[in-house]
Design a protein around this ligand. Structure first.
Ligand code: C5P
Length: 202
């Protein structure tokens, strides 16, 4: 069984994916962490995430150690991830890893931007998880301000909008719901309500 969970940043797709994986005894892959890992490796080596050739090289020789970095969740790395994610070479370098992860028993929940459209167009079940930009910014801001008291709600909202725009307008695997995805707007739902709705479909 493959469950595809796509959606924009801070929509609640990570929370839902972890809970679905534990409910059904499946593995879970946060595919955003792969793009974040490539960005983190580049920034650490003083490389520019906009450089397609260098980004592709780093993705081809991806060092899984990058996934353990505490800096993966920072706004700087998130922005870098959306910059490396536009390169076709980066996306194809990460394709096999995601396919193999899903196809290895007992099956998996994968969350990202293009799981139901590109990586697993044949997924058993597909969800597109979304919420209003204001609600997503509020959630992200609550997370970020614990580590960094200087962040503001306004700057968080602005950064989210910029990242949505880049993810939706790129040529390769743009963020959009698969035609057969079940769309869930989590703006006014609790994590339990989202899980209940999703698991009914599964
Ligand atoms: O989900 P997360 O915020 O960690 O993703 C970081 C960035 O990685 C996204 O903004 C997007 O540009 C990219 N990404 C992607 N395809 C995926 C997962 C993430 O392009 N499947």
């Amino acid at each position: 069984m493959i469950i595809a969970v796509d959606g924009p940043a801070a929509s609640g797709k990570g929370t839902l994916s972890r809970r679905l994986a534990s409910l059904y005894g499946l593995k879970h892959l946060d595919t955003g962490a792969l793009y974040r890992g490539v960005a983190w490796l580049m920034l650490k080596r003083d490389l520019d995430p906009r450089d397609a050739d260098q980004a592709t090289e780093v993705a081809r020789n991806f060092d899984p150690e990058a996934l353990g970095s505490a800096e993966l969740r920072t706004p700087t790395v998130g922005r870098g991830a959306s910059l490396v994610a536009v390169h076709e070479g980066v996306r194809s370098a990460l394709f096999d890893f995601q396919r193999n992860f899903g196809l290895t028993p007992p099956g998996a929940v994968l969350d990202g931007r293009d799981i139901g459209t590109v990586i697993f167009p044949d997924a058993t079940v597909k969800f597109f998880i979304t919420a209003s930009p204001e609600e997503r910014a509020r959630r992200r801001y609550e997370e970020l301000r614990v580590q960094d008291p200087s962040v503001t709600y306004e700057s968080t909202l602005e950064e989210l909008r910029r990242r949505d725009e880049r993810d939706q307008s790129r040529a390769e695997a743009p963020l959009k719901p698969a035609a057969d995805a079940e769309i869930i707007d989590t703006s006014k739902l609790t994590p339990d309500e989202v899980l209940a709705r999703a698991s009914r479909l599964v």
